[in-house]
Design a protein around this ligand. Sequence first.
Ligand code: KG4
Ligand code: ZN
Length: 346
Amino acid sequence: MTADEPLVLGIETSCDETGIGIVRGTTLLADAVASSVDEHARYGGVVPEVASRAHLEAMVPTVHRALKDAGVAMSDIDAIAVTSGPGLAGALLVGVAAAKGYAMALDKPVYGVNHLAAHVCVDQLEHGRLPEPCMALLVSGGHSSLLMVPDVTSDVRPLGATIDDAAGEAFDKVARVLGLGFPGGPVIDRRAREGDADAIAFPRGLTGPRDAAYDFSFSGLKTAVARWVEARGRDGRPVPVADVAASFQEAVVDVLTRKAVRACRENGVEHLLIGGGVAANSRLRAMAAERCAAAGITLRVPRPGLCTDNGAMVAALGAEMVRRDRPPSTLGIPADSSMPVTVTQA
Ligand code: KG4
Ligand code: ZN
């Protein structure tokens, strides 16, 4: 880290995490996150109005905590970056409004950035400069996509995406069927460790020869798990939760890694990056490592804390935009709930 690299404050509010990150160049100085996940748990999913209200309450204290953690003053900040989309409109609006306010008060440039590109760029904070082009597999509660990334600040190309549920959504719904609570990913990951991944042969969506090579579908798998569990209940037999969790997880991870490695091979890309909340999954990390090693692909996966939504990822992308002399956004940055992945900057 050199003192002449820009000090960037990143604001993330696209879902249920109020994230404030502070980055200098590619060095992470602070990553303060306030989550409203507990407030949503009893509804079994994120309630947009509850999330927006929580962002509003958490914003200023979380900014102050990040500044304190980083040991810097607000006046030291060179630029502000904020998630412009995609995400929940009301939740995004809180972050965007805060970013504009800070940018105006400090008279500093502001960058409205794409949440998905930020999930890719965050890896720079852990593994150094991003190799480009790289392939990115982004898997979270809101999205599952395969992206070709020639330039994370300006050129992100979607190769495929889920045609129904996101991978994380499938984890959350299956966890509900198994009575494991919300969010489902971490608990399925944990329970699967005691189970047999080969116990039940669950379907692998969109893996037939005529199916779209890079698209995903998890809703058939989710239904298959629900039917299997129901049938057990009808027979009056106990549900082997760990085996169901392990077999379900194996099906998801098999499809994700198979398609990601294929995308690298067919497009001549040597680096695969996995990001988003589901990238915290231990089986996904292990199988991706095995399959990438076999295919001669270098794998990069940020540590779990950087995979889930946070402000550091937004700061990382903002810092990269400053470094590459990308023009800042205007103060008209929208809260764009359906911002396309091809639009890296608002
Ligand atoms: O990226 P993220 O924090 O928020 C969104 O943008 O959606 O991802 C949250 C999702 C949830 O669906 C959660 O169940 C899933 O990531 N998740 C996991 C794990 N940890 C979080 N899924 C599988 N295994 C995990 N260990
Ligand atoms: Zn996300």
